[in-house]
Design a protein around this ligand. Sequence first.
Ligand code: NI
Length: 194
Amino acid sequence: MKNNFLENYKLEGEKLNISTYPAPILKQIAKPVIEFNDELHAIVKNMLFTMYHAPGIGLAAPQVGVSLRFFVLDIWYDREKVTLADGSTEFRLSEFSPMVFCNPVFKNKSGEVLQEEGCLSVPGIYEDVKRFEFVTVEYDDMFGVHHEIEADELLSVCLQHENDHLDGIVFIERLSFLKKNLLEKKFLKQQKKK
Ligand code: NI
């Protein structure tokens, strides 16, 4: 029987370690998902848990050290930053709509948008990136069932950003040579301080 935890999703799983730029795994071309088995489902579950807690709106398998062509995303959930009695802050998360995209293929791409992006693998860096405004994507869900989705606005941008991770591309590499080098230097400097 299918265990589709995406319906009535509950925030459970393990936090995975997210690789940061320029880790070699982020540069690799990921391999297609062939087996839609329990092992895949376990990674998906943990990736969602990791993404929500970061918090982020998308996370691709290579970012957690798995060089396979799939990613998770949720651009709809609510994040409320609350201050606790001891002065520390935490995010209260609710209204989840998790999605999983395996072996995505872009069929149509049109229009142009400029939108600020960030990435859990390049924390602290945000920059406007030029992307297609509308995309049509064919993909398999985590059971290997084929689907097609049309997307615009934030979902379109997120699909393109996450798909880039499967091709070994991090968003700052979509910028001009000059800007990319500047942000790369800034990021590596920040990392050193930590
Ligand atoms: Ni990213």
